[in-house]
Design a binder for this molecule. Structure first.
Ligand code: HEM
Length: 505
């Protein structure tokens, strides 16, 4: 009996060593144990963002570091040029394993969203031909319905006006600003996509957005990785790591999308599409190619998932950035005053800033860039997966390896010199004009870079410039500034803080 056990143990160690061989040349934090992976991740006390950055700074070489957590291999890239090469490589555009049956993440999310396990539909998590088709079409229809157009600006400005009147009603009482931007930001996108907006006071929606934030925080923890690598555990423990929350949030959002699609189907006029859903429905109706991701039921499933993706990617990210914007203005009162002076000179006080003012507001623009750099709201980006072995900077990354940016290093690391300091002037040249820096990539880089960048930039500018033009943003207690301490998830939120929004006139 003992003899058999020893043989079994030896065989599993040999198998494990062989399976690790192809990763052996990649720099990593020390010993990698069976089942657990690089145990150093558990011996560090810091939050997941700081942890990855600490490990990266200590153990990376050639711009990369391999981290194995519960059997999942993830290469973190903290060098701008290496990331640029990798994220532009056609063989690094997947999100999951080549074989979807081996992709725990795709299967888990499909089930969470109420569909059969399988390759993921939509834009964010799809891959191959389906991703190319869905991304191209989503970009086109969003552009047709307003991205980068004056109609989009009007929609955002409607929300800005409502938000400003809400802030005025707070009558200088300190408010907790986190979460307040979610609905106005979502509404601007929703008018373009679904042709309708949500009620700010809709309790169901508020709850859904709060749960979404919770889900984002949960997914970034090591337990989130555990859930993806050992999905069979849910068969034994159905509510392990609060799995029911994942299902509840995903299905609530999926049902919202399915209902919208059904409503649109009933009133669709193929000659006069009203919004993104109508246009996608027409595309589905016109598709006869059985291989296309727009064909019949497959097409509807992609549409549901694309809408979920826009909802998820389009609300949390921009509103979190705006929360940081308020925090930095409270902390940096000199910067706030300089932005106000520029806005007063260029825009005046009788109207709100518009996108046409943007080229004439270089300081405001530089401050926004510095806010995005320092806030670093998606510190480990969205992972890509290699579909073939990739040769980069003298190393080989095997096929089916997760690759994630270490944005904290890219946005705040050595390249910037004083990367931890809030200093908008780094984005201005001697003449005071905006100085762009290719290392500034909060929306990522390469073929899968953020699809909503144009909308996000417009929203950030219009909300930020209007709020700073209209209010003096002050700490709850004079002299007690909010800290940069944060709550880490897929996106990084500041710890709750209160702000007084004092009207300037
Ligand atoms: C400040 C706001 C935002 C930031 C910082 C941000 C950042 C990012 C990042 C880092 C990625 C990953 C890109 C990659 O895989 O390399 C991404 C992807 C994506 N973003 Fe954004 N995003 C923002 C706003 C938005 C908005 C408003 C929308 C929706 C309209 C959006 C839609 C998407 C989609 C659909 C993807 C997936 C693209 C693909 O897989 O092809 N994002 N974003």
């Amino acid at each position: 009996m003992w003899f058999l056990l020893v043989i079994l143990l030896l065989l599993s160690v040999m198998y494990y060593k062989r399976s690790r061989k192809e990763f052996s040349l990649l720099p990593s934090p020390g010993a990698c144990l069976p089942l657990i992976g690089h145990y150093k991740i558990f011996t560090h006390g810091s939050d997941p963002t700081t942890l990855i950055w600490d490990l990266y700074r200590k153990y990376s070489s050639n711009g990369m570091m391999l981290l194995n957590v519960f059997g999942l291999n993830n290469v973190f890239v903290g060098d701008f040029n290496v990331l640029k090469q990798i994220y532009n490589d056609p063989n690094v555009q997947n999100r999951g394993h080549n074989d979807h049956k081996k992709c725990g993440m795709a299967n888990k999310i499909s089930i969470d969203r109420g569909t059969n396990p399988g390759p993921l539909a939509g834009v964010i998590m799809s891959q191959g031909k389906a991703w190319t088709e869905q991304r191209r079409t989503a970009l086109k229809v969003l552009r047709d319905f307003g991205f980068g157009k004056s109609t989009m600006e009007e929609m955002i400005q409607d929300e800005v006006k409502q938000f400003i009147s809400y802030l005025k009603q707070t009558s200088c009482t300190p408010i907790d600003i986190a979460g307040k931007f979610n609905l106005p930001i979502l509404n601007a996108l929703w008018k373009i996509t679904v042709g309708e907006s949500f009620e700010y006071s809709d309790p169901k929606l508020i709850e859904m957005l709060e749960k979404l934030t919770e889900l984002f925080q949960k997914l970034a923890k090591p337990t989130g990785v555990f859930a993806i690598t050992y999905p069979w555990l849910f068969k034994i423990f159905p509510n392990l790591f609060q799995r029911q929350l994942d299902i509840e949030v995903n299905q609530a959002i999926a049902n919202l999308m399915r209902n919208s699609i059904e409503q649109h189907k009933k009133t669709l006029d193929v000659n006069s599409p009203r919004d993104v859903i109508d246009t996608m429905l027409i595309e589905i109706e016109n598709t006869t190619d059985k291989e296309s991701s727009f064909y019949q039921d497959v097409g509807y499933n992609h549409l549901v998932n694309t809408l979920i993706d826009l909802f998820i990617a389009g609300s949390e990210t921009t509103s979190t950035t705006l929360t940081w914007a308020v925090l930095y203005m409270v902390r940096e009162s000199d910067v706030q005053r300089k932005v106000q002076t520029e806005l007063d000179t260029v825009v005046g006080g009788s109207r709100l800033p518009s996108l046409a003012d943007r080229p004439n507001l270089p300081y405001t623009e530089a401050v926004l860039m510095e806010i995005q750099r320092c806030a670093n709201i998606v510190p480990n980006g969205v992972h890509h997966m290699s579909s073939k072995p990739v040769y980069v900077n003298g190393m080989i990354i095997p096929a089916n390896t997760m690759i994630s940016p270490c944005f904290t290093e890219i946005l705040k690391g050595d390249y910037w010199g004083d990367g931890m300091v809030f200093r908008p002037e780094r984005f201005l040249d001697e003449s005071g004009a905006v100085k762009f820096d290719e290392h500034f990539i909060p929306f990522s880089i390469g073929k899968r870079r953020c699809l909503g960048e144009t909308l996000a930039k417009a929203e950030l500018f219009l909300f930020f410039a209007s709020i700073v033009q209209q209010f003096n943003l002050q700490p709850e207690i004079s002299g007690q500034l909010p800290t940069e301490d944060c709550i880490t998830g897929i996106t990084v939120l500041p710890k709750p803080f209160k702000v007084i929004c004092k009207p300037r006139s």
